[in-house]
Design a binder for this molecule. Structure first.
Ligand code: GTB
Length: 217
């Protein structure tokens, strides 16, 4: 039986692939695992049935037989553990790829999330204009460090891994902001991720939800 994931019935990003079901879809596509999707409204995410799956009332979730998971990082890690293709077999290389997953989620994504908060929840505050450049500076620090480490390499540690899948997913959240402009190698890195057939299938699948809901087909 296919695993089932949850995604927004109406994603606020209008199909730009920025909600976190995209990274789970991408991982499933990379390993060739078919999946089903249950679309949920914002109201349904806060109802008991969904809260039993996700204590914080969010998407994505992942159900497979008797197993129910939440947190996109844990879900991608589970998929990568269960299937070949997203983590190297060699133990040290595998540990390094997992380290990059954590780095994406714990070190690079937080300042990017802070920018979202500043843009969408704090703009009416009297200190918002003063704070915003500081938030963006904190992102630039991480981008500079990541850019330096990536250098001319295609991927962060040898072959493409779940670490790259997670890092590209995180960087995509600022790809329209201009923040990547100072880092051509990061722009190229993100483009390499987006060019992967598995990413394209994942992106198309989440876009189809928006297109269908807006009467486009
Ligand atoms: N740490 C969790 C994970 O990695 O799975 C975070 C999950 C999360 O933030 N889920 C969001 C959610 O369900 C959707 S992805 N929010 C509803 C709620 O909390 O009530 C975050 C997201 C939302 C919208 C956009 N967008 O419109 O661009 C981008 C990303």
């Amino acid at each position: 039986m296919n695993p089932t994931i949850t995604a927004f019935k109406a994603s606020p990003d209008r199909g730009r692939g920025l909600a976190r079901d995209t990274r789970v879809r991408w991982a499933l596509e990379e390993v060739g695992q078919a999946y089903d999707v249950r679309l949920v409204t914002f109201a349904e995410m806060k109802e008991p049935a969904h809260l039993a799956l996700h204590p914080f009332g969010q998407i994505p979730t992942y159900e497979e037989g008797g197993l129910a998971l939440f947190e996109s990082g844990a879900i991608v890690f589970h998929i990568a553990q269960r299937h070949a293709g997203l983590l190297p077999d060699e133990p040290d290389a595998r540990a390094r790829a997992i380290t990059w997953m954590f780095a994406a989620l714990n070190t690079v994504e937080p300042p990017i999330l802070d920018r979202q908060t500043a843009m969408f929840q704090e703009q009416d505050k009297p200190w918002a204009a003063e704070r915003f450049p500081l938030v963006e500076d904190r992102i630039r620090v991480r981008l500079a460090e990541l850019s330096r480490r990536l250098g001319d390499a295609d991927w962060l540690d040898g072959a493409f891994s779940a670490g790259d899948l997670m890092m590209v997913s995180v960087l995509l959240r600022v790809s329209g902001s201009g923040l990547l402009d100072g880092y051509p190698n990061l722009r190229a890195y993100v483009a390499r991720g987006e060019a992967r057939p598995a990413y394209k299938r994942a992106f198309a699948a989440q876009l189809a939800v928006f297109t269908a809901a807006s009467g486009g087909g």
